[in-house]
Design a binder for this molecule. Structure first.
Ligand code: SAM
Length: 340
């Protein structure tokens, strides 16, 4: 029986994507595999992966990246699934970092393998890294990730701090009744390490579709953090995604980010495309639409990839809405598959 996902009452009507004629930023889901099973992301650890023969190989990833740049992409984030499980991740980073037209290269990771890989990734040219960490309490971390070991992740955080990245950020998805009492502690812990903490609302994708009663809205997060925050209006970094930041009350060099994908909509001006691990080009996080890009990547011809990119971009919806999703379709827009 398909589950009717709830309409999100606070989401504004679809916003025109206006004059963005081609993607400028891309998220590459290098692999849909992950060694954790976060409760808002997937139902369990054995929910299936893309068939091995459908995954892009390294040559196809290289051609895909060249084609994306040919199509106008200038900012790249490597994600997944868990990108550090991909045996070629350092090579992919090195390849992208060598492209003069790429202005920004970042990676999002759960940090379980970061203790080993932080230094090689930095040496390969990675400049910015985002680490997902939902709790500083080992039992809660284990529960939220269905078996993750906090100590390994903290070792990864230490390695990232030592590796000399331009920026280390933390993503904490806030789940009511779990980690919503930890926000201040996480923010101060991150600041003490030179990390920018960011708090995310649970979005109605993947398992998050079934958890909308546990969303903590950004305004509520800000109230819980009011003692740490200046009385500023949250502001986005130009060209840097949907997060809005507020400076710390007592130190303007520190700040906290909020990603309010449920209570807010930030589709206007969205210039982001996603590439799934099988090469599907996905124009929006919240839809099932997509264009196969694998065959174009296999040709090795950047113009062929750019044509597939244009076809995918023409499917970009005017505004994101999770309205009308069924349980089945929400699973198909699993953030793990298409690049969170
Ligand atoms: N494995 C990597 C990681 O954990 O950072 C990269 C992929 S993960 C899908 C990327 C980000 O998406 C993580 O910060 C994760 O917490 C977030 N995420 C996944 N499902 C979500 C949901 N339903 N709502 C909000 N954020 C979600």
């Amino acid at each position: 029986m398909p589950l009717k996902l709830p309409l999100l009452p606070s989401v504004a009507p679809a916003t025109p994507r206006a004059e963005v004629v081609s993607p400028r930023s891309v998220r590459l889901s290098l692999t849909d595999r992950c060694d954790l099973a976060c409760v808002y992301c997937r139902p369990h650890r054995h929910d299936g992966y893309v068939d091995a023969e459908k995954r892009l190989d390294l040559a196809s990833w290289t051609a895909m990246i060249d084609g994306l740049v040919h199509a106008g992409v200038r900012r790249v984030r490597i994600t997944g699934g868990e990108p550090l499980l991909h045996p070629g991740v350092v090579d992919v980073v090195r390849r992208i970092a060598s492209l003069p037209l790429v202005e920004d290269l970042a990676l999002t990771t759960n940090a379980t393998r970061l203790a080993e890989l932080a230094a090689p990734l930095r040496a390969a040219g990675l400049r910015r890294i985002t680490i997902s960490l939902d709790s500083l309490e080992a039992d809660r971390f284990w529960r939220l990730t269905r078996g993750g070991r906090l100590a390994r992740v903290l070792a990864g955080v230490d390695a990232a701090c030592a590796a000399g990245f331009d920026e280390v950020k933390l993503n904490t998805v806030v789940v009511r009744g779990e980690n919503d009492g930890e926000l201040g502690a996480i923010a101060e812990w991150a600041w003490a390490r030179g990390i920018v903490p960011r708090f995310l609302e649970v979005m109605a994708v993947g398992e998050g579709a079934k958890m909308q009663d546990r969303v903590v809205a950004g305004v509520e997060m800000r109230a819980a953090l009011a003692h740490l925050l200046a009385d500023d209006t949250p502001a986005r970094d130009p060209d840097r995604g949907p997060a809005k930041y507020i400076r710390a009350r007592h130190d303007a060099r520190k700040r906290i980010g909020f990603i309010t994908g449920t209570s807010d909509t930030y589709c206007a001006g969205c210039d982001r495309l996603r590439v799934a691990s099988d090469g599907t080009l996905r124009p929006c996080l919240a839809t099932e639409d997509g264009v196969p890009g694998e065959a174009a990547a296999r040709t090795g011809d950047p113009a062929a990839v750019a044509a597939a990119v244009a076809a995918a971009w023409s499917q970009k919806p005017d505004g994101r809405t999770f309205k009308g999703c069924t349980e089945e379709s929400a699973a198909r827009v699993s953030i793990r598959a298409i690049g969170g």
